[in-house]
Each structure stands twice: as C-alpha cells, then as structure tokens.
Design a protein around this ligand. Sequence first.
Ligand SMILES: Cc1cc2nc3c(=O)[nH]c(=O)nc-3n(C[C@H](O)[C@H](O)[C@H](O)COP(=O)(O)OP(=O)(O)OC[C@H]3O[C@@H](n4cnc5c(N)ncnc54)[C@H](O)[C@@H]3O)c2cc1C
Length: 142
Amino acid sequence: MSSINGARTYVAAMCAGMMQNALDLAVDYGRDRTAFGRPLVEHQGLKWSLSDVATHIAALDALVGKAAQLIDAGEDAVLAAAHAKKLAGEVTIPSITACMQAMGANGLREEHFLGQHLAAAKIAAFTDGSTEMMKERIAAQF
Ligand SMILES: Cc1cc2nc3c(=O)[nH]c(=O)nc-3n(C[C@H](O)[C@H](O)[C@H](O)COP(=O)(O)OP(=O)(O)OC[C@H]3O[C@@H](n4cnc5c(N)ncnc54)[C@H](O)[C@@H]3O)c2cc1C
C-alpha cells in the first residue's frame, strides 16, 4: 500500500496519454476528411466536442503533475493522487468515445487502437482502486 499513490498517479497519466493520442488522431483525421464542403474539424459541433477532450487532458495533466511533485518530494499525496485518478476514471472513456465519434466508422478500425484504448480506460477505472474508492478517499478529507 505504500506505493499506491504512485500507482494511482501513474494510471491517471496513462489515461491522459490515451486521451491525447485519441485527440491527435481525431484532429489529424478531421483535417483531411471533408463533409459538406469543409474539413470535419471546421464544423463547430465537432470542434466543441474535441475542445472538451482537450480540456479534460489539460485538467488531468495538472492533477497528475501535482500528485507526482508531492510523491517526488516524499510528501502526503493521498488526496492529490485520488483527485487525479478520479478524474481519469470519469473523463477518459467519454473523451475517447468523442474522438471515435469524430472519425466516423473509421474510428473503429483496429489500426487506430481506439477500441483498445477504450478497454484499457475501463480497466484503469478499476485497477489500484475504483472511481468510487477515489471518491471515498477524497470525502475522507472533509
Ligand atoms: C488490471 C488490474 C490490475 C490489478 N492489480 C491489482 C494488484 O496488483 N493488487 C491488488 O490488490 N488488486 C489489483 N487489482 C484489483 C483492483 O484493485 C480491484 O479490481 C478494484 O479495487 C475493485 O475491486 P473489485 O474488483 O473486487 O470490485 P468490488 O469491490 O466487488 O466492487 C464492485 C463495484 O462496487 C463498487 N463499490 C464497492 N464498494 C463500494 C462502496 N462502499 N461504495 C460505492 N461503491 C462501491 C466498486 O467501486 C465497483 O464499481 C487489479 C485490477 C485490475 C483490473
């Protein structure tokens, strides 16, 4: 258990990496693919959806960075690691799904690995403590 905060932070960082990879794929794809005379990424609805993914990545990066700093400094990282892993458990699957949606049926192709990312995101939400247990850790500080 002495290394659990590091493990939770590491899992959250993996989720941020999967989301970034999914976003990069969706943006690259959407620049090339046109619909109704414009690249997909120029359609407002799609841009907004992908901008939400970018916000989730930025928020998770910040929480992971804070938890990692505390761990490196040998300080108490229970709360920071729980915040990072909780957010990862809540936003990774919807974010990867949004990126798949932006790529149409092409997002389902095995070569993009988004299906594997989805399965890994579900696994990540259990390993080293479920999302519900992260909520318990956070609420224990009240
Ligand atoms: C890839 C992987 C690697 C793992 N590695 C390890 C390892 O190295 N060491 C180890 O010990 N374990 C490991 N685990 C186990 C992991 O920690 C558990 O799967 C996780 O803690 C959830 O426990 P459980 O599966 O027994 O679900 P359960 O405890 O049966 O819970 C089922 C569901 O109920 C929810 N729940 C349970 N209690 C409450 C409550 N009080 N309030 C609200 N909701 C609740 C849970 O969040 C979950 O959604 C690993 C799991 C995975 C997927």
